[in-house]
Every structure is written in structure tokens, then in C-alpha cells.
Design a protein around this ligand. Structure first.
Ligand SMILES: C[S@@+](CC[C@H](N)C(=O)[O-])C[C@H]1O[C@@H](n2cnc3c(N)ncnc32)[C@H](O)[C@@H]1O
Length: 964
């Protein structure tokens, strides 16, 4: 200070810069305690004058080279958006140079000095527009420039000094090229450069570019993509490592899902490497181990384009769905208006509870440019938003943020709420403490929105809002303040808050909640408990599904529910009162009974309707016997086809085996076929492919011998048909219609009977086909039992075999492959796997135990020598042949039943909810889920606003009508 008289104040920096607004604490150690700096116009800072309070804003003189470098690279007439402008060291020189500038800073002090510096430097408002916004600005800037373009550029307005300086620099060769002003006669709608100098976090904001240039008109305006100048820090000292580190951060920011291969994907998409488009350069070493870098993304393949491409890639709905959407867009001159959009995104089945008008809320969000239509690009961005795990909150945020400011203040909150819940609803007191806690007491100065995730605070407000509304509603209706409300009042509250989540049956029975406690009135605890049940409905459903699946009889009672709930989560999720409410509404008034999953459908599925009484009525016995017989005949035919299919698959193996055995037995000392493969080769050579199926027809339907050795001579189709039909018939009869469960005893009986009937039919048919004078002759000679001579051995084998096989197959499907669990349907391979495994196990068991072979074998000296292995003789061969045969038979049978069900069959009562919805509806389900948070506030949210305007007027009626 003694030497340099211009120095007025000396400060000591007390802390690192780690505040959001990038200034630091300091103490004055000499001179005047005045921290307002006046930076006179000099070659420093491009001849501009800056005034600022050093203790309240960010300023760093060492950055002047960087400021200068970027300003030099701009051309007069270009449009610059300075996202983190501070007091204007980029924005003001750029404006002076002839650029049009949009500048922003969230720090009110920076904003204040920015305004002053604009004035002091005579950069008119026309040229430098300033804002004070949080995140999302990149996109907003683009919309602003597009909607309110800068006037056509007419030429540079440089000060004399600036002109002199430019001339000197050009002479010295400091400027690569004399900046040639852009000559355009039309207004400037597109931004040419974004400067993002907030090195600590700027990279995190890059994803704000995602989908920014969404409409066709905007894409036309952006013939050249903006250049993004972004600063960042890295701890890597080696330039190579630093670059790698920065690229990695960029890619993870811009990637929607966690995909480490983002760069690669974008490169693939673009068909060229990104190397040339993204420049990474060191600016300076800020501190030991802290390097400041600069990222520049140029030209057409800039980050903005790649971000847009990433959105498209990330959306990637299934091909068919994408095609469907494309068709909708193509059929509507590339854009979709409100009603069509709603029709396309709303799941049809939900419209009874959530109206179209309510889905129009989403149109308002999808129509980002507020033109009254959604373009293909808007749509892809919208679908991406829907995929966010917090899509419901995000949609709610966009809906409340009426002025698109990126934050929500008290007035916005109040207006949107009041407009949507209407005057006839139970009033909500916006002056309450709860609202003040979230939105501040002092005239709404506290806004909801922050730099990283603008809607974070808002999500908490929305989450709590339903509870607060419930509290206020109860207080309002409990006029005498005795802690109880009447049953109709309770119904009114629930209808307003959660009517859309409940089935009509439950809504009708809401007043019965008062029967749970004495006095026929409803306490606050009950209201809260009921509300919690509705709020946690998905969890309730999960617990019920899992607990009933694990229960032996497929039913649970209240204590099972509570037990399962507490064992499947760290802390008990539901109270006994909540459990009794669940059982009260699921049971038919008797909360103590054991209930099956289907009983809960009326509570869990809002579209549930009571099964028609006529269906419930028992059919007349004669009618039901006739229909059972018709059903069995139908199953028999299907079983026949399935059996034929299974046999056809393994027929070539049988044929080859038959040939080998035939020739061994007939041509003494001569071996025609060395082994099965040799046999197959020879059949193919001699008879062609069809040779493998010689004699198939008779084998499928009758017992006429194909070979002389007795192998495969049965009528497979009727045999399998009988077996499958009998098993099915008994199982259906024994099944509990509500739980779909069969007791194990019945499973064994069904399987065993199937095996028994197969033998009976087989022996009768064998007699018919094999004995020259037929079955009638045998019956005449030996009586009816004569037919079954020798059948006892078969019965001893086939009855236990089938008795074990069918239940094993059923349990493999349900217990191992989880069929029916949360609505799961088994794939083809899973069903085949279950059938195959069951058959393998059983065939091996059959070989060793059921056929009586072991005893016989082990009696021969050779087998005794061979010992235990003799038990399994022939096993693998049988496994190889029979396992696939019956597995394919079963598979074919099940597929036939699925594809061609018995037309007059009573549909099994199934519970379909959001948890079990089909994947091809997934985008519609997402659309519905995205409304969740808004509808939680009020079940009619959106309906009222629509009713007050026309059609889908939720999406700003003026714009809609303009388009119409
Ligand atoms: C490193 S300073 C750069 C200022 C100026 N560009 C310069 O070079 O001197 C970053 C600026 O970003 C502002 N800022 C921080 N977070 C912001 C946000 N979320 N939105 C807008 N501005 C923000 C700070 O107030 C600060 O002025």
C-alpha cells in the first residue's frame, strides 16, 4: 500500500472457495474496510469496467487470459449464452464486441453487479439480457432465444479503443483470423456459444442440453449446433489421464442409464469418433493436485447433437412399439395434438378410474415448446422422462412450474393446487405451518428448486402433502373436535384423496369401516391407517402375493400377513390396525377368516367388479355333467394331438432301435447296422429323410406292429390323450377354485389314475390289434378280466410312475420356475425344462425301481458281478428317448390349451394389477404411474381444469385453440 497508492485495501483469504456462489471468506488486514472493487477499463478484461463486492461475488483476475481467449473466438453478431456469468467478464466484453448475449447467475449479488456493469459499459439491454436462474437454463436459453429472437445483426458497435485494440492484435498476429462479422438479415433465434464457467460442477449441468433442440422448427433454426465451452477441474496431473478422467465424467453425466460405454455408443450412433469434436485443454493449475481444464464441443456433432442422439438411443422401446408410435406421428403430419396423444399413451383399461382429461396433464409436460402439439423429438424426450425412476415427481414438478422458471414458489403452488382441487373440495389452508415450513414464512421468498435437481425439495413437499391434506380434512370435518368423524365424512375424504385407487366395491363399503370400533364412528387413527394401506398398496400386494404363495393352503389370515410383512422388511411395515383394515375390506365382513389371493382383488385392483351372480350360481347337475363331458372330450382331442406330436419327435430314434434289434434277431451272424448312427446314416442314404418316418401313422393311432420285436407298437395318440385328460379332469375337480391349490393326495390320485387308465386302454387296444380274433374273442373266452391278463405288471409300473410324474411336473413349474408368481407365465423353454426334468427323474426311477428289472437282472451271474451298476442298465437309453417324448407331449398339450382353450370354459378368476401388467403395455403403465403424485394430492387432479376449458384444455387452452 505504501508503494502502490492505488491499493486501498489488503485482505487475507480465510477459507477455500467451496460455496455455491464461489466467493470466500476474507478479513481486511490493512486499509479501508471496503470490499467493493472498481476495476477500471484497461487491456485487462478487454477494456471493460467492472464493479463488484469482492466479499459477495466471484472474481478472479487470473482468469482474464481465459476470458479474453474465449471472447476472441467469438464473432460479432453471434449469440452467446453465459450460463454462470458472475459479474460479466465473458458476457460484457462479448456484448461490447457485437455479440448478443444471454447472461445468468444465481447469486443475487452477482446479478446486481452484472446489471450495474451492463449499465457502466453501455451494453444496451437489447444486446445483453440477464437472468437469475438455477439449473435447466441451457434449455431455457434456447427456448427464449427461439421464442424471442435477437433482432437481425446490423454491424459491430465497437468503442474506438476496442477497434484500435483489435487492429493491433490482428497486426501482431494474436488473432487467428480477423473476426468477420456475421451478416444476417433475419432475427437470430439460435445460440452459437454456451459458456459454462463453473468448473466445480458445470459438467453436471451438461445433461440440460439433452433433448433441448426438440422441435422441427428449432432444428431448422439450429442449422449449426452451438459450441459448448465448459470448464472443469480434475485431480489428474498428467494431461492424458486428465483427459480420460474428464471424458469419463462427461459420459457418465450424459448417459441416462448407467452405461459406461456411452462414448462408444454415441460414436457408433454418429458413425464417427468423437475425438475431433471434443477438445479438452488445460487452463491452469489452480492448486496443488487441482487442474482447471476446458472442454469445447464443436460443430455439427457437438454435445447438443450427441445428447439428443443419446436420448433417442436411450428411449429404445421395443421395436414394435416404436414402429407403432412412428406410424401415429407419420399419420399426423409428424406432430400429434392433444387428444390423439392422450389416446395413444393412456392404457385403455384405466380410463374408468383416471380420465382422459387427467392424462392430458402429461400432454402439457410433453409439449415442451408450448405450441399445442408434440413432435417426434418431444415424444422421445417425454418417453425418456417417463423412464426416470422419479418420473411421477418430475411430471408433477413440470405441472406446478407454470412459468417454466425451474422453481416453484408459494403463489405457483397455491394457484395450481386451488385451480385443480376446486372450490367444492374440502378446503386446504395454505396459511398453515406445514406449508410455511416448506415454502417459507416471508412472503414466499423461499422457492423450491436447487441447482442439481430442481425438483428435489419439491418431491418432499409432494410426498408429505397428502398426509397434510388428510390431517386438515379430518380437522375440518370433525366440527365438534371430539376426535371422530362420521362414516360418510370418512368416505368423502377418501374419495377426494384416493378415490381413483379403489374399486367401486370398496368405495361402497367405505362407511363400514366404522364397524371396526365401537360407537359407529371413525377415529383419526383409522383414517390414517386406511390411508397408509392405500399409499402402500403395492407393498400390501407384494406381501399378500408372496405370503399366499408360501402358505400351504394358499390362504392367509391377519397374523400371517403381519408375520410375513415384518419378516420381509427390516422394520414392521404395517400395524395390526392396518392389517385388520386390509382383511376387513378383502373379507366379506369377517376380518378373521383366512383369505386367498383372489379375495384381495377387490382391494388391490381398482377396476375390480364383482363376478356376475349368474356365474356364481351353481349349474344344474345335468348341465354341468354334460359340459364336463364335452370339456373332457375336447381335452382328449388335444391330448391326442399332443401325444402324436411327442411321438413324432422321437419316432426316428424308435425306428433306428427297432431296425437294429430286428436285424440282430433275424440275420444270424450278420450285423447290418453297427450302431444307431450307422443305422440312421443308412436309412437316410437308402430312403431319404422321409424314411425316418416310415410307418409313423399306424403307430400313432393303432397297435398294428411295425416291427417284430415288440417295440413301439402302441397307439400313442389315444394313450397319451387318455393319460392327459384323466389327470386334468381329476385335478380340475380337486382344485380349490380360489387358490388354485390341490392337495398332494389328490395330485397323486390324479396322476395315478391317469397312469392306470393309460394301461387299461393300452391293454384293451393291444388285445384288439394284436390278437387275430380281437378283443371280443378274448372277452368271450376269458371274460372281461381276460383283457387285462399280464396288465398287473404294467399297472405296477405306470400307476406310480404317473402318480409321481404329474405332481413333480406341476411342482417344478410352480416351485422352481415360479409359474403364476406375480402373474408370471412360463416361457416355452421353461415349460420344456420342467417337463424334461420331471421325465428324467422319473425314467431313472422307473428303470431302477418300478419295472422290476433289478431283481431280474441281479439274478444272473453276470449282473451279480456287475453289481449296483446293473440296476441302471438301459436307463440312459430310456431317458434319451422317453424324456423328450413325454416332455414334448406335455408341452404341446399345454400350448394347445393356451392357444385353443375350451370355448365354454369358465375363465379362472385371476388378479391382474399393475404388478402383473404385460410388458408390451409398459410405456402406458409408465404414463399412468407418472400421474401418481399429482393424483395422490387429489383424485380429480386435472379434471377440473379440463372442465373449465375445452376438450384437453389443461395444456394451455390458448395455444391449443390457436393450433385448432
Ligand atoms: C466460477 S464463477 C464464474 C463467474 C464468471 N463467469 C467468471 O468467469 O468470473 C461461477 C458462477 O456461477 C454462479 N452459480 C453457481 N451455481 C449456479 C447455478 N446453479 N445457476 C446459475 N449460476 C450459478 C456463481 O454465483 C458464480 O458467479
Amino acid at each position: 500500500m505504501y508503494k502502490n497508492k492505488t491499493i486501498k485495501t489488503v485482505v487475507n483469504k480465510l477459507d477455500n472457495i467451496d460455496t455455491q456462489f464461489r466467493f470466500f471468506e476474507m478479513e481486511v488486514i490493512a486499509g479501508e474496510p471496503n470490499l467493493v472493487v472498481e476495476h477500471v477499463a484497461s487491456w485487462h478484461e478487454s477494456d471493460c469496467r467492472f464493479t463488484f463486492d469482492f466479499s459477495r461475488v466471484y472474481w478472479n483476475s487470473r482468469l482474464h487470459t481465459e476470458h479474453d481467449r474465449i471472447v476472441q473466438s467469438l464473432q460479432p453478431g453471434e449469440v452467446l449464452a453465459d450460463v454462470f456469468a458472475g459479474v460479466g467478464p465473458f458476457a460484457i466484453p462479448a456484448a461490447k464486441k457485437g455479440c448478443s448475449v444471454l447472461a445468468n447467475d444465481l447469486n443475487p449479488a452477482s446479478y446486481e453487479y452484472l446489471c450495474q456493469n451492463i449499465k457502466d459499459n453501455d451494453v444496451c439491454r437489447q444486446r445483453l439480457v440477464h437472468y437469475q436462474h438455477p439449473l435447466d437454463l441451457c434449455r431455457r436459453f434456447q427456448n427464449k432465444a427461439f421464442d424471442k429472437p435477437f433482432p437481425a445483426y446490423t454491424g459491430p458497435k465497437l468503442s474506438k479503443t476496442a477497434q484500435r485494440k483489435l487492429g493491433k492484435q490482428a497486426k501482431r498476429g494474436n488473432v487467428a483470423e480477423e473476426p468477420s462479422p456475421r451478416k444476417e438479415s433475419s432475427p437470430r433465434k439460435a445460440i452459437d456459444h454456451f459458456v459454462m464457467n463453473l468448473p466445480d460442477t458445470a459438467i453436471q449441468f451438461l445433461d440440460a442440453f439433452r433433448g433441448a433442440i426438440s422441435t422441427r422448427a428449432m432444428q431448422e433454426a439450429y442449422a449449426k449446433m452451438p459450441m459448448i465451452h465448459c470448464h472443469c477441474f480434475t485431480r489428474e496431473l498428467e494431461p492424458d489421464h486428465a483427459e480420460k478422467d474428464i471424458r469419463q465424467v462427461c459420459s457418465s453425466v450424459l448417459t441416462l442409464d448407467v452405461a459406461a460405454d456411452w462414448l462408444q455408443r454415441v460414436e457408433e450412433k454418429l458413425g464417427s469418433p468423437l475425438e475431433d469434436e471434443v477438445t479438452i485443454r488445460k487452463v491452469r493449475s489452480v492448486a496443488p493436485g487441482k487442474e482447471m481444464y476446458f472442454i469445447r464441443c464443436d460443430s455439427d456433432n457437438s454435445l447438443a447433437t450427441t445428447a439428443l442422439n443419446t436420448v433417442r438411443t436411450a428411449v429404445s422401446p421395443p421395436e414394435s412399439e416404436l414402429k407403432r408410435w412412428r406410424r401415429i406421428f407419420d399419420a399426423n403430419s409428424k406432430v400429434v395434438h392433444g387428444e390423439r396423444f392422450v389416446n395413444a399413451i393412456a392404457p385403455a383399461g384405466d380410463l374408468s378410474k383416471i380420465s382422459k382429461a387427467q392424462f392430458a396433464i402429461l400432454f402439457k409436460v410433453a409439449d415442451t415448446s408450448k405450441r399445442g402439439f408434440v413432435s417426434w423429438e418431444d415424444f422421445t424426450v417425454f418417453e425418456t422422462l417417463l423412464k426416470r425412476p422419479d418420473a411421477d415427481y418430475w411430471m408433477a414438478f413440470q405441472f406446478f412450474d407454470v412459468d417454466n422458471s425451474g422453481y416453484i414458489d408459494f403463489d405457483e403452488f397455491k394457484n395450481v393446487m386451488s385451480e385443480n382441487i376446486g372450490t367444492d373440495a374440502i378446503p386446504f389452508d395454505f396459511d398453515c405451518d406445514w406449508v410455511k415450513l416448506y415454502l417459507g414464512k416471508k412472503n414466499g421468498t423461499h422457492v423450491l428448486g436447487c441447482k442439481f435437481s430442481p425438483h428435489n425439495e419439491f418431491t418432499q413437499l409432494m410426498k408429505g402433502l397428502q398426509g397434510e391434506r388428510l390431517r386438515q380434512a379430518f380437522k375440518y370435518l370433525d366440527a365438534d373436535q371430539d376426535g371422530f368423524i362420521r362414516a360418510e365424512e370418512f368416505k368423502r375424504i377418501i374419495l377426494e384423496i384416493a378415490g381413483h385407487k379403489l374399486s367401486d366395491a370398496v368405495i361402497d363399503r367405505l362407511p363400514t369401516l366404522c364397524t371396526l370400533s365401537p360407537g359407529q364412528r371413525i377415529s383419526y387413527s383409522e383414517v390414517v391407517a386406511f390411508h397408509n394401506v392405500i399409499r402402500e398398496m403395492d407393498m400390501v400386494e407384494r406381501i399378500i402375493r408372496e405370503a399366499t404363495a408360501k402358505s400351504k393352503d394358499g390362504r392367509i389370515d391377519q397374523s400371517d400377513f403381519i408375520d410375513y410383512a415384518s419378516s420381509s422388511s427390516r422394520y414392521s411395515l404395517f400395524t395390526p390396525m392396518e392389517a385388520s383394515i386390509i382383511f376387513h375390506f378383502a373379507g366379506r365382513g369377517n376380518g378373521a377368516q383366512r383369505l386367498a389371493l383372489i379375495d384381495f382383488a377387490q382391494l388391490l385392483d381398482p377396476r375390480w367388479v364383482a363376478p356376475h351372480d349368474a356365474v356364481k350360481e351353481k349349474k344344474a347337475p345335468a348341465a354341468s355333467a354334460l359340459s364336463a363331458a364335452a370339456h373332457s372330450a375336447y381335452s382328449f382331442v388335444q391330448g391326442g394331438f399332443a401325444g402324436a406330436f411327442g411321438a413324432t419327435i422321437v419316432y426316428p430314434i424308435d425306428l433306428a432301435r427297432g431296425f437294429i434289434l430286428d436285424t440282430r434277431s433275424t440275420v444270424v451272424g450278420q450285423v447290418l447296422y453297427k450302431n444307431s448312427i450307422d443305422c440312421a446314416r443308412k436309412i437316410l442314404l437308402n430312403e431319404g429323410f422321409l424314411g425316418f418316418y416310415r410307418g409313423l401313422g399306424p403307430q400313432l393311432i393303432s397297435y398294428n406292429s411295425l416291427t417284430t420285436n415288440g417295440i413301439s407298437k402302441k397307439g400313442v395318440a389315444p394313450e397319451k390323450a387318455i393319460k392327459l385328460t384323466v389327470n386334468d379332469l381329476i385335478r380340475t375337480r380337486a382344485m380349490d377354485p380360489e387358490t388354485g391349490r390341490i392337495e398332494i393326495g389328490w395330485e397323486l390320485i390324479a396322476g395315478g389314475s391317469a397312469g392306470g387308465c393309460q394301461v387299461v386302454q393300452g391293454e384293451a387296444a393291444k388285445a384288439e390289434g394284436a390278437v387275430p380274433r380281437g378283443a371280443i374273442h378274448i372277452i368271450r373266452q376269458l371274460g372281461l378280466l381276460g383283457l387285462y391278463r399280464g396288465a398287473s405288471a404294467c399297472l405296477l409300473r405306470d400307476i406310480p410312475f404317473s402318480a409321481i410324474y404329474f405332481p413333480a411336473y406341476g411342482h417344478l413349474k410352480s416351485d422352481i420356475f415360479k409359474e403364476g408368481y406375480n402373474g408370471k407365465q412360463l416361457s416355452f423353454l421353461e415349460t420344456l425344462g420342467a417337463a424334461g426334468i420331471a421325465q428324467c427323474i422319473l425314467t431313472l426311477t422307473d428303470v431302477t425301481l418300478c419295472s422290476g428289472m433289478p431283481a431280474a437282472y441281479l439274478t444272473t451271474p453276470a449282473d451279480r458281478e456287475e453289481g449296483f451298476r446293473a440296476l441302471f442298465k438301459g436307463g440312459p437309453a430310456r431317458v434319451l428317448r422317453s424324456s423328450p417324448q413325454f416332455a414334448f407331449t406335455l408341452l404341446a398339450y399345454e400350448q394347445l390349451k393356451k392357444l385353443l382353450p375350451y370355448p365354454w370354459d369358465e375363465k379362472p378368476r385371476r388378479m391382474e394389477t399393475a404388478l402383473t401388467s404385460r410388458p408390451d403395455e409398459i410405456s402406458k403403465i409408465r404414463a399412468r404411474n407418472a400421474l401418481k403424485i399429482l393424483l395422490d394430492v387429489h383424485g380429480d387432479f386435472g379434471r377440473r381444469a379440463a372442465a373449465s376449458g375445452d376438450k384437453l384444455s389443461l395444456m394451455t387452452p390458448k395455444l391449443y385453440s390457436r393450433k385448432e
